[in-house]
Design a protein around this ligand. Structure first.
Ligand SMILES: [Zn+2]
Length: 162
């Protein structure tokens, strides 16, 4: 059976930064393989396009440029926020604004944005609201373990039951 829409696909993969020589970002080998329903928007479209028509046992290796993955790193999504906005009862907890700290901020419309502190000083905190993998070219390699039709309840739920 070859991969097409509405099939459950189970793959083991390795994700590396930029190329097959790049730093390892994550991998499923040795843990739980990835399972998803093909063609319903669960995965990055370019990821699915590279797997279409493959069958069980097929190996793959392909690069997805950042623009077709999690997007480019947008400088305007790196924002300086006055330190005082982080105050609770008039005091800023220094640990809450150290570089690398993850935080979420609500805008006046109630939408939540997730960011990471890049740097901070006694006046402001620079927060990067880009997706953590923005600007990263993704190199995937691995093997197709299983291809099967999704069950009615899997299609109904929009995810694989494994
Ligand atoms: Zn379910």
């Amino acid at each position: 059976m070859s991969i097409e829409k509405n099939q459950v696909v189970i793959v083991d993969y390795k994700l590396q930064n930029g190329s097959k020589e790049g730093d390892l970002i994550e991998e499923t080998f040795g843990s739980k393989p990835l399972s998803f329903i093909f063609g319903i928007g669960q995965m990055i479209p370019a990821f699915e396009a590279n797997l279409e028509d493959k069958t069980e046992g097929d190996e793959f290796g392909f690069l997805i440029e950042a623009a077709h993955a999690y997007g480019l790193h947008e400088p305007q999504a790196v924002v300086d926020i006055p330190l005082q906005q982080f105050a609770v009862d008039g005091k800023v907890d220094a640990a809450s604004v150290i570089p690398g700290r993850q935080l979420s901020v609500k805008d006046p419309q109630g939408r939540t944005y997730h960011g990471v502190v890049q740097k901070s000083d006694d006046k402001q905190v620079t927060v990067d609201f880009n997706h953590p993998m923005a600007g990263t070219d993704l190199y995937f390699s691995g093997v197709v373990r299983t291809v099967r039709d999704a069950t009615a309840s899997e299609l109904d739920h929009g995810h694989a039951h494994e």
